[in-house]
Ligand binder design. Sequence first.
Ligand SMILES: [Zn+2]
Length: 188
Amino acid sequence: MENVRSCHHGCADAHAGHPRRTFLKLASLGAGAALMSAGLPVSAARAGGKAEVLLLSCMDYRLLDDIARYMDGRGLTDKYDHVILAGASLGALVDAKPEWGATFWGHVDAAKKLHDIHKVMIIDHRDCGAYKLFLGPETAKDTETETKAHAQQLRKLAAAISAKHPDLAVELLLMALDGKVEAIPLAA
Ligand SMILES: [Zn+2]
């Protein structure tokens, strides 16, 4: 009875369950746990480990939680690098901000070297202030026009990524303000 009372979960069979929980936790650490058992710190595993994806998104404060939730839903929690530029695809392309594009390309290089990414995901979003600022408010005058404006920039950046990095897959997405995401096909 002493054992049961000391269990912080308060369940009668908790002491049969605890070792299994510990095992699952270690197993989920994967390469990090293996390296730690080899005497290397986990931080070394993280620095040289793998991310699956580089994500480019807009900076818009309204959607940051939705973006994280979407990536979690895709099973990509802690498996993506994240570059943020106002306008997402447009931010990387717009002539008015060449330094933003340079930042994007530099981070694609860094993500490949550091984390061996194999894919770039780009999430544009509706009602984007950067689209209105750089391309004019008429680009968002109705849903169809807005979708076309985003698809055009997303595909332009996808083509540039494929030209510079043919080894990288590209996925194009458009998020609504309620967090719903639609896929934009690579080809029109
Ligand atoms: Zn935006």
